[in-house]
Design a protein. Structure first.
Length: 128
């Protein structure tokens, strides 16, 4: 199975604290490096086991971006991470339907992961 070089998921209606607690379940060390709480620029910079994770609050509407800059996580793909995050954070997760490479444009199809429905490919951010 292909391992993505980085992972990015989008979680609906979550707090930085929820993300930190979730990461603490999967990594030995979760260290807060920087936090900005101004609503329009809310972001959190973490080091998890020495690798950078950036969380951007409300990056797209009510969805916060969780970006593992270098994939040293337990997950091979965005979708693997999204399934785990959906269960642990008890919220809807969205992620790209494929890996990303330099020079590639933005994805138009995304996975929508929910606890009580089958995974669904959607067009986003244009759709709900």
């Amino acid at each position: 199975m292909e391992r993505y070089p980085d992972i990015e998921i989008y979680a609906k209606d979550i707090t930085f604290k929820q993300v930190e607690e979730w990461l603490a379940l999967h990594f030995k060390s979760v260290e807060r490096k920087n936090v900005v709480t101004k609503k329009s620029e809310a972001r959190l910079h973490l080091l998890v086991d020495g690798s950078e994770v950036l969380i951007f609050g409300n990056a797209i509407g009510k969805y916060s971006s969780i970006w593992f800059k270098n994939n040293t996580s337990p997950w091979n793909t965005d979708l693997d991470c999204a399934h785990e995050a959906c269960k642990a954070l008890n919220t809807q997760i969205r992620c790209s339907n494929s890996g990303w490479e330099d020079g590639q444009g933005p994805e138009c199809q995304w996975w929508r992961i929910t606890e009580n429905e089958d995974d669904m490919l959607i067009e986003w951010p244009e759709s709900n």
